[in-house]
Design a protein around this ligand. Structure first.
Ligand code: SF4
Length: 265
């Protein structure tokens, strides 16, 4: 007699997992092993087999990019816009709203409160969620770096697009309303705001479909193979601890990937 089927729990994933996988699946595994250490005191297990063959590119296809809108200058919101969610765990976010424009949703007010999508096994925290004219919701991710020249050609910043799409889905699942787009705000903290800008990443059926594909790709990947390349390894945090035996270069700091992609101006 056959044993009853055992339900396999869906692997929990976050926007951060997706972004790391998009660069290098093995980096995602090592990042998760480090997070396990933060909680339990020892590195977590890594799925990547020891005889894995390194890849030249991540197996995750890029998201739709054709309708992304790039804007230069300072982002300003209308007086009728409201800040309804803020990640209290981030302490370097810009102040974009006057006190009377802050109307935080009581359901999501603690630093540990993730936005959760139970149907996709997906959870995370955008930096901000804004209600435009009190109606449409848009998530915002803040980057302290500058807006990049030639954004559409700058494949080094595609991971910001991945993050924006992921945050849109979390807002849709948590607030019950689909954002029309997500914002990535580039504050150019090092350049005193000289090259500020923001990118609007549309969130429609194509992007939602891509996200489902991406989650299935990550979960169905038994290898989580390394993608050793200077553009990846120079900014890879696990590499800063010498955790990766496939590393193509030494760790050069968190901003190395953008520099290596030739995007500095
Ligand atoms: S050092 Fe390079 S190959 Fe290794 S996990 Fe990091 S990005 Fe991937």
């Amino acid at each position: 007699m056959l044993a009853p089927p055992v339900a396999v729990p869906t692997e929990h994933l976050t926007p951060h997992d997706l972004v790391a996988y998009f660069r290098c699946p093995h980096e995602m595994e090592l990042e998760r092993a480090r997070r396990h250490r933060d909680v339990h005191g020892s590195l977590g297990a890594v799925r990547t087999p020891s005889d894995v063959v390194p890849l030249r590119h991540s197996p995750l296809l890029p998201p739709p990019l054709g309708a992304v809108r790039v804007n230069q200058g300072r982002l300003a919101f209308a007086p009728s816009d409201r800040l309804v969610y803020e990640d209290d765990g981030e302490d370097d976010l810009p102040v974009l709203f006057a006190p009377e424009q802050v109307a935080l949703d009581a359901r999501f007010r603690t630093a540990t409160e993730n936005l959760v999508d139970l149907s996709l096994g997906f959870a995370g925290r955008p930096d901000l969620v804004i209600a435009l004219a009190g109606q449409q919701l848009v998530p915002l991710e803040y980057k302290a770096t500058h807006l990049f020249v030639g954004y559409h050609e700058a494949h080094g910043r595609l991971f910001d697009t991945v993050q924006a799409i992921a945050q849109c889905r979390l807002v849709e699942a948590s607030f019950g309303r689909r954002p029309p787009y997500g914002i990535v705000l580039y504050g150019d903290a090092a350049g005193d705001g000289l090259h500020e800008g923001w990118v609007e990443v549309p969130y429609g059926d194509a992007e939602a479909g891509w996200l489902r594909y991406a989650l299935a790709q990550v979960r169905g990947d038994p290898l989580r193979a390394p993608v050793p390349a200077e553009r990846n390894c120079g900014g890879c945090e696990p590499n800063s601890e010498g955790l990766c035996r496939f590393a193509a270069s030494r760790y050069e700091g968190p901003h190395h990937r953008a520099w290596a992609a030739g995007l500095r101006r």
